[in-house]
Design a binder for this molecule. Structure first.
Ligand code: URP
Ligand code: ZN
Ligand code: ZN
Length: 477
């Protein structure tokens, strides 16, 4: 009998703490040994001269998420996780969305049935809390947290999702008691609708005006308010999809005062600008997301924040709506206002290769930071570390062996999602996963998906120390 099922030989193995050349021994789906030289496996994968990283954890993506607005999420768990693994992501964390007036528990149970039997890689589930009623906060949420759903997202914008400040305080008080992680979409809803009304009155309805309707200060105000509410009750929060210099300033100021504020950004704020919304005809709708891509100067601020430590995680915010489809971006036709265009861009598959190429390859960040942003910090913040997010003895053997030199022109037809476009069409990058392993199984190799439908498992999340309060609330109650 062999000592290991698989040995990955001679790679440049990166964790968030170090890069070392070593062999990785895998047994029963887990990493069983790390050493200069290992022997005794039926299956040996040669990784000489290649970078080896933990499989990515995408802590913010939307997969098979229902909505009541007439458009559909183009990816289900099968196509979403197929796309994830082809781009080196081995754990996805999408959202079970509560609809107002309905049970959160029912939303989670229903969402789990969507994943069951379909996912190709492992998944954990966040919740979207849109109706923090007494029943939800008093009973459902505490029980769900104990069942392994320890993080949830709240919105300060979107009419059907947004919470007012009093509701946010109720939610934060609950999060403090239960030590759950609160993710916040920070944009000022009233500013956006006021600006949108004015733009529409002036006939400015093309996709490019989406960016005009929510400039940086709109994100700053909500970011500042979220931080203030968090400080009041002493509850760590994670600000998702940060895009603007003004929001970065607020986060840095809060941190400099010792507050426990986490921050996420996404590839769309590193690689797209508002000019991408200003394409001929309706094309710009492909890049409508909220917050919007901004100008080059803001883009540089986001890169600086990635390098300098402002950002803890880089997630995709994969929001798959097809473009050429009346159940997608064109749900209200191509002459309708930007107001009605479903928000979000696809990006599960391109998240890691883009950062590997343009971040690590161009010397902006080192490999350790790449691993921290795409895997380790995500796993730590959401309570699935060290099972996920690292290469260590005992961890799941979720591993990416990179083809460091492979040059790729991104086109939608090489991707594995069910969306009919990528916002990164035509971009030339260097480096792509050659082999992806999930719990020791090769699920991607030689440009082929090799995973069986349904092999992906649900991963319950533990409470994370990231969500532990500092112990000094401003509100003495
Ligand atoms: O535009 C975006 N980000 N759409 C997805 C939903 C969300 O707010 O994350
Ligand atoms: Zn959001
Ligand atoms: Zn999102």
């Amino acid at each position: 009998m062999s000592t290991f099922d698989t040995i990955i030989r001679g790679g440049r193995v990166a964790t968030a703490g170090a890069v070392v050349q070593c062999d990785i021994g895998i047994r029963d789906g887990r990493i069983a040994a790390l050493a200069d030289s290992l022997e005794g496996a039926a299956n040996v994968i040669d990784a000489e001269g290649r970078t080896v990283t933990p499989g990515g954890v995408d802590g913010h993506c939307h997969i098979d998420q229902p909505n009541e607005e007439g458009w559909v999420c183009a990816d289900d768990f099968f196509s979403g996780t197929r796309s994830a693994l082809a781009g080196g992501t081995t754990t996805v964390m999408p959202f079970a969305q509560q609809f107002r007036g309905r049970s959160l528990r029912a939303a989670v149970d229903e969402y789990r049935t969507r994943a069951e039997g379909n996912a190709l890689v492992d998944y954990a589930v966040h919740m979207i809390l849109s109706d923090p009623s007494e029943q939800v906060l008093g009973q459902e949420l505490p029980a769900l947290i104990r069942d392994g759903y320890t993080s949830f997202k709240i919105y300060m914008t979107y009419d059907d999702l947004k919470l007012n400040d009093r509701q946010i305080l109720d939610v934060l008080a609950l999060a403090r008691r239960e030590a759950a992680m609160v993710m916040v979409h920070a944009e000022n809803a009233d500013c956006i609708t006021w600006l949108t009304d004015r733009l529409e009155e002036a006939g400015k309805i093309a996709p490019m005006y989406h960016a005009t309707s929510r400039p940086g200060p709109v994100e700053r105000e909500a970011t500042h308010r979220a931080i203030t509410l968090s400080e009041l009750l002493d509850v760590p929060i994670l600000l998702v999809h940060v895009s603007a210099r003004e929001a970065v300033d607020e986060i840095q100021r809060a941190r400099s005062r010792g507050l426990k504020i986490f921050a996420e950004t996404c590839p769309q704020y590193l690689f797209l600008t508002e000019d991408d919304l200003d394409k001929p005809g309706f094309e710009g709708a492909k890049c409508i997301c909220s917050p919007p891509p901004r100008d080059k100067a803001n883009q540089q601020v986001i890169w600086d924040g990635l390098r300098g430590g402002t950002f803890d995680v880089l997630s995709s915010d994969h929001a798959p709506t097809r473009f050429d489809d009346d159940k997608g971006k064109k749900v209200r036709g191509t002459d309708s206002s930007f107001r009605w265009v479903p928000n979000g861009v696809p990006g599960l598959e391109t998240r890691m290769p883009l950062l590997f190429s343009e971040g690590v390859g161009k010397g902006v960040i080192d490999l350790e930071r790449f691993v921290a942003l795409t895997a380790t910090n995500q796993a730590k913040i959401y309570g699935i570390y060290p099972q996920k997010g690292t290469i260590a003895v005992g961890s799941d053997a979720d591993i990416v062996i990179w083809d460091d030199e492979r040059e790729t022109t991104i086109t939608n037809d090489i991707l594995h999602h069910d969306v009919d476009y990528t916002p990164y069409e035509g971009m030339k990058i260097k480096g792509w996963p050659a082999i992806t392993l999930s719990r020791g199984d090769v699920v991607w190799a030689d440009g082929e998906v090799r995973a069986d439908r349904g092999r992906g498992a649900f991963i319950p999340c533990a409470l994370s120390t990231a969500a532990t309060p500092l112990g000094r609330p401003v509100a003495k109650i």
